[in-house]
Design a binder for this molecule. Structure first.
Ligand code: GLN
Length: 492
């Protein structure tokens, strides 16, 4: 098989080809590594590429598959991992100067599971510093480019993970989502991304941003790949007390899933002011595909959505400032030379080690937690969180899924967002609610506006990944000859 053939295949097809001897894991890894070498200068989707380690893992996978030790659908398949997930012996930088030399002495639980499944780690993907942002422009190592348009951002914070899949530099990737960071870049890059139910994937070894919202999940070319990857990484873990034994996806049921007779709820606010008309049109067209497949649709008001952004940013920043207090220049992380005063050591390590956006969040977090403001901001946000949860509980008493856009716009122009952080925060309006409730949601490509991909967001009940992925699977089958198959950027 040629390099182009291999990098053009879905992850499940690569796994099947390895299993029946048409391809080796080594050849698959080499094809992607060569593609990265040739094209990633352009996209900058990786921070670290693990060529030698990957080829060694692939050789080992080939041996274990041949001997029958490894049988999973993704055995031998390459994968890229966001650089805020710990990999033993391989730099995990969080795209920050603070951790630019950090080599973890252990694997995150998801990484351990990926290795046990015989998957091959190609490298660590670029991201916004400490996963704070929506464009992958705050990376200490420089921005990632969207393969769909070179003047466009790939979204963020898992922009490198989404761009690596869209640019065919990985068949699958792993991202993290605190307020939309898997779904929004998946939408901007025309790929499929799943934010699983809070607790269904272990956070052990994920560098913490906002612990009550963070969740690791897969990004892939289609929903079957994403489901197979979810099955590899999900499940209870004694090292993460918030993890649970979630249901695995039934792949056979997924492949034949029909939305017939299912009920869809559409919050009116998801199609209100501030949402780009091209985005609305794509999502409504996608909903009409579900109707023609036999589902019913109803609009309903969700006024609490007006509080989504302030609630999210207060909670996320409060947790972030506490989580990031560990980077003090003493235990590990960046420390400037030639300091002999303790206070100066703290000040200079943190001032020089963190970028602007991270510092802004730390300041915001300390402010909302300070005595005198705690009740007015933090406690209010927790109250709003309860109301948001209630609104979703009510919706899910009536509907099987809730559908809306992933982001108010298609991929933004590079260089435009960072100057106006508030505007950038408002771009998270469609995604942050889902993390506040802890429910699962998947971002599925559903057409184009201005020549750029648009994603629809399918949101489900806690631990009902099967249904949202089922909807996505039905949609991708129903539209295979129309939009979905054509959704590959010109990466030649
Ligand atoms: N864009 C959001 C933020 O900046 C979400 C980030 C994320 O999900 N990691 O906080």
């Amino acid at each position: 098989m040629t390099e182009d053939t291999i990098t053009g295949m879905s992850a499940i097809d690569i796994g099947a080809a390895i299993k029946d001897g048409r391809l080796t894991s080594f050849e698959a890894a080499k094809a992607f590594l060569d593609a990265i070498e040739a094209k990633d200068r352009e996209y900058h989707s990786y921070i670290t590429v693990c060529r030698e380690e990957a080829l060694e893992q692939a050789r080992e996978a080939d041996r274990a598959i041949a001997s029958g030790e490894l049988k999973g659908v993704l055995a031998g398949v390459p994968v890229a991992i966001k650089d805020n997930i710990c990999t033993r012996g391989i730099k995990t930088t969080c795209a920050s100067k603070m951790l630019s030399d950090f080599v973890p002495p252990y694997d995150a639980t998801v990484v351990r599971r990926i290795k046990e499944a015989g998957m091959v780690i190609l490298g660590k993907t670029n991201m916004d510093e400490f996963a704070m942002g929506s464009t992958t422009e705050t990376s200490y190592f420089g921005p990632t480019i969207n393969p769909w348009g070179h003047s466009r951002v790939p979204g963020g914070s898992s922009g490198g993970s989404a761009a690596s899949v869209a640019g065919r530099l990985a068949p699958l990737s792993i991202g993290s989502d605190t307020g939309g960071s898997i779904r929004q870049p998946a939408s901007f890059c025309g790929v499929t991304g799943l934010k699983p139910t809070y607790g269904s994937v272990s956070r052990y070894g994920l560098v913490a941003f906002a612990s009550s919202l963070d969740q690791i999940g897969p990004i892939g070319r289609d929903v079957m790949d994403v489901a197979a990857m979810f099955n590899v990484i999900s499940g209870i873990d004694e090292r993460d007390q918030s993890s649970v034994n979630s249901r695995k996806i039934d792949m056979e049921q997924l492949a034949g899933y029909s939305v017939k007779g299912r009920k869809i709820g559409i919050p009116e606010q998801y199609f209100g002011e501030g949402i780009d008309s091209g985005v609305k049109e794509c999502v409504m067209n996608a909903v009409s595909v579900f109707v023609s497949e036999g589902a019913t649709v109803e609009r309903f008001p969700m006024p609490i959505m007006d509080y989504a952004i302030p609630t999210y940013y207060i909670i996320a920043c409060a947790e972030a400032c506490s989580n990031l207090s560990r980077y003090d220049g003493i235990k590990y992380g960046f420390r400037p030379d030639g300091i002999d005063d303790l206070t100066e050591l703290y000040i200079r390590s943190r001032s020089e080690g963190f970028g602007l956006e991270v510092k802004r969040r730390i300041m915001l977090g300390n402010f909302v937690l300070s005595s005198g403001y705690y009740d007015a901001y933090y406690n209010k946000a927790l109250q709003a969180k309860n109301l948001i949860k209630k609104a979703f509980d009510e919706a899910f008493a009536k509907y099987d899924v809730v559908i809306g856009p992933v982001a108010p716009t298609p991929a933004l122009k590079a260089g435009q967002s960072l100057s106006d952080p508030l505007k950038m925060y408002l771009g998270d309006i469609c995604t942050v609610l889902i993390n506040i409730c802890g429910v699962p949601a998947v971002s599925v490509p559903c057409g184009f506006t201005e020549g750029l991909p648009v994603g629809m967001q399918i949101i489900g009940k806690h631990f009902d990944e099967q249904t949202i992925l089922g909807f996505a699977s039905d949609y991708q089958r129903a539209t295979a000859d129309r939009a979905y198959e054509k959704q590959t950027p010109d990466v030649g």
